[in-house]
Ligand binder design. Sequence first.
Ligand code: ADP
Length: 246
Amino acid sequence: MSTLLEMSGVSVSFDGFKAINNLSFRIGEPELRAIIGPNGAGKTTFMDIITGKTRPDEGRVLWGEKSVSLLKMSESQIARAGVGRKFQKPTVFEAQTVRENLAMALKNKRGPFDVLFYNKTRAGAERIDAIAEEIGLSDQLGRISGELSHGQKQWLEIGMLLAQDPRLLLVDEPAAGMTPAEREHTTDLLRRAATKHAVVVVEHDMEFVRRLDCKVTVLCEGSVLAEGSLDHVTANQDVIDVYLGR
Ligand code: ADP
């Protein structure tokens, strides 16, 4: 597993308050990683740094086999390099069908000129079918997206990110508001995606994290407090103290 992203010594302050404090982090490709930590630990800021939304005051963020600095790239360049982010709330085009949503995601990747053709070609159609299968919505392709369940919308949005051939997917609390069956499907989907891509999942729900069955990074006060299997980190006294608010 080669390193895809490596952060070292990263710090960010907001009005003198260190939201991220000398943070180091590495993820391989492919890999599945869960990020946990109490409110205010810096999880959102951590993702904002990767996408280029927030610029650190110090430190390095290196990307890919050539170790290029993400800090020298704009948000859109970072997205084009292969960083996809899924926010907690699904943002699909509700009036369009599932197929149209996936086609639009392919369109963004392909650029404005060839899209009209690409989405009508066999290759385009096959790609949409393959993604629909990957996210478990093959039988919903003709359905108006606004009619999908909350879970199905979340999967569609993950499919739209997959349509853009990401190398790193950042996923914020994917299981929130889902039924037990939907959570199980989401676990399978993310685990499958992580056989090809680097996938970082920020999640509060420990039962969901357990099912992901992956390495866990615990953030606290902007730094890594512990890292390893869920059993390993939850046996750590510092982690126990933080979660029990001591
Ligand atoms: P988490 O996602 O783990 O809850 P955040 O990254 O949102 O944590 O926030 C980390 C800390 O930084 C919090 O104390 C938060 O109040 C503070 N913070 C985040 N963004 C800003 C901002 N734009 N201005 C001021 N403080 C901020």
